[in-house]
Design a protein around this ligand. Structure first.
Ligand code: F6R
Length: 264
């Protein structure tokens, strides 16, 4: 596990965008796992800027989003389809046929649909690089506390904390979705490389538990301790409850000297 400490959200997004861009340049047909949410907005802004400067080509990149709200059509302003279109896909040359986002409007056989999403990931050769945010309750994707560490893409009931956080994005009086389709923790753990981004004091407890706490289903992101190549990119506020900060800084210094490619 590599912990990259940054001063603020802007530095996080620059670092994350740089790592994603390097991965795409090394492998133009990268299978890229994507997240939505406020933390990702500036990452996508940076990626769009790199594309517009002519230095980043998405034409062969294949994308898989983590999750989508159940019941929201793609055109709904709060759907993750809409988020991805507005923040990334409309501004880069990704092939629409290479975009995968769970369909929130499927009715009926959820298990079959989720199995087909997993199958699409396998057909693409697995996810090379997965971007993650983290919820205040430690969720990754919509794997709420007590999700099985081996879980796969499935229908998931959202927790009270997540519902409260999400309610802020919906119009007053509008009911926000209670369920989502999400990749499982087991699905995420199979990505070859994982980048988790966290900014702000509201994430500090979840970040500390995920990095320094025991691996526990009560904190889904703690399962990333089992992953062989995970990088946490976190700002000062989100890092404020970590006890080993000096060590992470020393590791960063040595990484910059010995294996600088891990940072760029
Ligand atoms: C979104 C997702 C969620 C968010 C998390 C953090 O696709 O999977 O796990 O990454 O809730 O959201 P923000 O960045 O809005 O704090």
């Amino acid at each position: 596990m590599l912990v990259i400490l940054k001063r603020n959200a802007e530095e996080i997004s620059l670092q994350a965008a740089q790592l994603v861009a390097s991965a795409v340049r090394k492998n133009p047909a990268l299978a890229l796992g994507l997240a939505t949410g406020s933390t990702m907005v500036s990452v996508y802004k940076q990626l769009v800027a790199l594309h517009q400067q002519g230095s980043l080509d998405f034409s062969r990149v294949v994308t898989f989003n983590l999750d989508e709200y159940l019941g929201l059509p793609a055109a709904h302003p709060q759907s993750f389809h809409h988020f991805m279109h507005e923040n990334l896909f409309a501004h880069v040359n990704v092939n629409p046929g290479n975009i995968h986002i769970p369909d929130g409007t499927i009715g009926g056989d959820y298990d079959q649909y989720c199995a087909s999403y997993e199958q699409a990931i396998r057909q693409a050769g697995g996810i090379d690089l997965q971007l993650l945010g983290i919820g205040r309750n430690g969720h990754i994707g919509f794997n709420e506390p007590t999700s099985s560490i081996g879980s796969r893409t499935r229908l998931k009931v959202l927790s009270k904390e997540t519902l409260d956080d999400n309610a802020k994005s919906f119009a007053p009086g509008e009911e926000s979705p209670r369920c989502a389709i999400t990749m499982g923790i087991g699905t995420i753990l199979e990505a070859r490389k994982v980048l988790l981004l966290a900014a702000g004091a509201s994430k500090s407890s979840a970040v500390a538990k995920s990095i320094e706490g025991p691996v526990a289903s009560a904190v889904s992101a703690s399962a990333l301790q089992l992953h062989p190549d995970v990088t946490f990119i976190i700002d000062d506020a989100a890092a404020s409850q970590l006890t080993q900060r000096d060590y992470y800084l020393r590791v960063l210094e040595m990484t910059a000297l010995l294996t600088p490619d891990r940072l760029r």
